[in-house]
Ligand binder design. Structure first.
Ligand code: GLY
Length: 398
């Protein structure tokens, strides 16, 4: 057989590339010790437990260069992440010590189920704490708290717009919905399937549809905040609060979107949400320019490469991609999601862990850069989704 030399050299280059990338992937997965990372998280959390004041508060963040946690009470939007981490550690180890602590810190959040809704964050707060708790223990008291909170969250739904009002305290000249709100729909879906009103399902579904139709630019990058007319439901404008500019891709916003729409597909089995989650993941992965796959806090931040990273966005996306890969039939795409999710987790484990700097799991997250707050620091939601991603990876291996 006479083969064209050009074809032969192209074929060899291709085979070389395939072999090298397979070898690289094998190296990443074989040298990565998942058990050791979980032990590391347990060790760090044990250190944190020793410094939490006995006043119902929980650890939120550690400023750059400091070793001291900033503590918050149950009303803070991040109050569910610490108890959520404790529940994940209980899941990872089966050690009753973690169950006891998780129960204690979850119960501090009980008033949220009987108070007026302050904002959309009730899902982050109550589902990450009591939701994980109920999943692991089937404690009926937790279920009651989750169901009551879902009804509370539903009071923020505006049927004229078709979304939940995310921030009642921020006016913006209309009904505002932030992309983060997608995450809190999981509480409503769960409640509707576990003894709550079927209306909660309809609200969550409508919120997801309205968001899908309005909250994204033509290239599938997300606005942070969408402002709608209260009465007509018409879209007024898309703006930012925590991103660089109204037109930029704020890394954690896109991360919430990828995770949120993947979860909505899981809950509804409606393919339009799966197709949409693929598009959101595509633009994030295509625009990710960092070697270690940990994004800058905003993909369009003007000072790149001298801008802070956001490890929390990477933790959220890695966890989401593991789930999205499980719904992906196309082999090449499935492989890409999994290998990139693993690479993000390996990067976080090798280069972003706190160790002796402080007792959080991770360094280098960015909370609210435009407000000058929580820049390049440790934050509890980065730790929560990092641990979740480790557990999802572990389930995958089993
Ligand atoms: N949900 C607020 C944030 O992502 O910072």
């Amino acid at each position: 057989m006479n083969l064209n030399p050009k074809f032969v050299s192209l074929l060899s280059a291709f085979l070389f590339f395939v072999t090298m990338s397979q070898a690289q992937e094998k190296k990443e997965t074989t040298t990565f010790d998942l058990k050791r990372q979980l032990e590391y998280c347990a060790l760090q959390a044990s250190k944190t437990l020793e410094v939490i004041p006995d006043n119902g508060s929980s650890p939120r963040s550690i400023p750059t260069g400091s070793k001291e946690w900033k503590f918050v009470d149950y009303k803070d939007w991040t109050s569910g992440f610490w108890p959520g981490e404790l529940w994940y550690l209980y899941e990872a180890t089966g050690d009753k010590k973690w169950e006891k602590e998780a129960d204690k810190f979850s119960r501090f959040l009980t008033p949220l189920s009987v108070s007026k809704a302050a904002d959309h964050d009730l899902g982050f707060q109550v589902f990450n704490s009591f939701g994980n708790g109920y999943r692991l223990t089937k404690n009926a008291a937790y279920k009651e708290i989750i169901l009551k909170t879902a009804d509370t969250l539903a009071t923020l739904f505006n049927p004229k717009v078709g979304t939940i009002l995310s921030w009642p305290h921020n006016k913006y000249g209309g009904h505002n919905t932030i992309i983060d709100n997608m995450m809190n729909l999981e509480l409503l879906f769960w409640a509707s399937k576990n003894g709550g009103s079927k209306k909660l399902y309809e609200i969550a579904l409508k919120h997801a549809e309205t968001t899908m139709n309005n909250h994204f630019r033509p290239d599938y990058t997300s606005y942070h905040v969408l402002v709608y007319d209260y009465e007509t439901g018409k879209k007024i404008k898309g703006i930012t609060a925590q991103g660089y500019s109204d037109g930029s891709m704020w890394a954690r916003g896109q991360a919430w979107a990828i995770y949120g729409f993947t979860m909505v597909y899981r809950e509804t089995k409606d393919r339009k949400f799966l197709d949409f989650a693929h598009k959101l993941a595509r633009v994030y992965l295509d625009q990710l320019t960092t070697e270690d796959l940990i994004p800058y806090w905003d993909f369009n931040a003007p000072g790149i490469p001298n801008e802070p990273r956001d490890a929390s966005a990477a933790a959220i996306v890695s966890s989401a991609l593991i789930e999205l890969s499980s719904y992906t039939k196309e082999a090449i795409l499935k492989k890409e999601y999994l290998s990139k999710a693993k690479k993000m987790i390996v990067s976080l484990s090798d280069q972003y862990q706190s160790h002796d700097f402080n007792s959080a799991f991770l360094l280098h997250s960015t909370g609210h850069k435009p407000a000058g707050s929580e820049i390049d620091c440790s934050i509890n939601y980065a730790d929560y989704y990092y641990l979740e991603a480790l557990l999802r990876l572990q389930k995958l291996k089993k």
